[in-house]
Design a protein around this ligand. Structure first.
Ligand code: ADP
Length: 261
């Protein structure tokens, strides 16, 4: 039946037989598709009212407020509605990547150029934190893939390193040839993460230290976005971390992804 979604497993059976097990996951995948649609629609619908609220709050901030209570309230509302906006943007990005059927081998991404652009954004934002951020980029090392997705994965990892490293830290970003392909890595000397959390980091809204994460203003969706981008590019996120010493977040792309021109 072509309208059914089946999942197959092959297992050894006796000496010289194989057993093929087919499971009907039609209902499950329908529910999954409905969930994705729902999240995408809700995020989209929330965007418009929030834009209006943001606009009026900005207007109110500009007014001559003599009541300190009132201006404090307006500032706080403005900060929180901006947070909600970035949360919704991240949910939309995630939905888009989940739904993306774009082929990864059609286009070449100039990663060195892309990382150069991210570097200038990063250095501006880093002023408050005072980290020493160094980009070690192998020039001419390009890959096949989807630029918006790879950009989002790389910047999420770099911004996390900035956020989860105490002021005046050291962050190194690498883009280099590695065994059987290329490797992107971000190494920080920040807070680090306990081993028990590592396997759950890419779950939606999973955060190790709720209080600290909230103060950084992130959405808890960053690593989930990274995971989806990487799985679309046939790769996966690798994390090494030691509490109090720092973390390394990296991924590799296979040699067939490297574009030799
Ligand atoms: P967010 O940063 O918005 O909370 P993410 O999905 O990007 O969400 O990250 C999930 C959690 O993983 C963060 O809340 C933080 O606890 C932890 N984390 C991510 N990157 C790092 C890092 N470089 N060092 C320490 N902890 C990190």
């Amino acid at each position: 039946n072509p309208s059914k979604t089946l999942e197959y497993r092959i297992m050894p059976y006796g000496e010289d037989h194989l057993l093929l097990i087919a499971r009907d996951v039609t209902r499950l995948s329908q529910l999954e598709a409905m969930r994705k649609d729902f999240v995408a629609n809700v995020s989209h619908e929330l965007r418009t009212p929030l834009t209006v609220i943001n606009g009026y709050l900005e207007l109110m901030e500009g007014l001559d407020n003599t009541n300190p209570m009132l201006s404090k309230a307006i500032n706080e509302m403005d900060a929180q509605s901006k947070r909600m906006k970035s949360l919704i943007e991240d949910l939309l990005v995630l939905s888009r990547i989940e739904a993306s059927a774009e082929r990864i081998h059609d286009r070449v991404v100039n990663v060195p150029k892309m990382l150069g652009q991210i570097e200038s954004e990063v250095q501006t934002l880093n002023k408050e934190k005072g980290h020493t951020i160094t980009f070690h980029i192998e020039p001419d090392l390009q890959v096949y893939g989807i630029e918006t997705e790879l950009r989002s994965a790389c910047s999420n990892l770099i911004f996390n390193a900035i956020n989860y490293t105490p002021n005046n830290g050291t962050i190194d970003v690498y883009w280099k040839r590695a065994q059987n392909g290329v490797k992107f890595a971000v190494v920080d000397n920040g807070y680090g993460i306990e081993q028990t959390h590592l396997s759950r980091l890419t779950e939606r809204f999973y955060r190790v230290d709720k209080a600290r994460s909230r103060s950084t203003g992130g959405s808890g969706l960053g690593l989930s976005i990274v995971k989806h981008v990487l799985s679309h590019h046939n790769s996966k996120l690798e994390v090494k971390s030691k509490v109090g010493q720092g973390s390394e977040f990296s991924f590799r792309l296979a040699a067939e992804m490297v574009s030799e021109n």
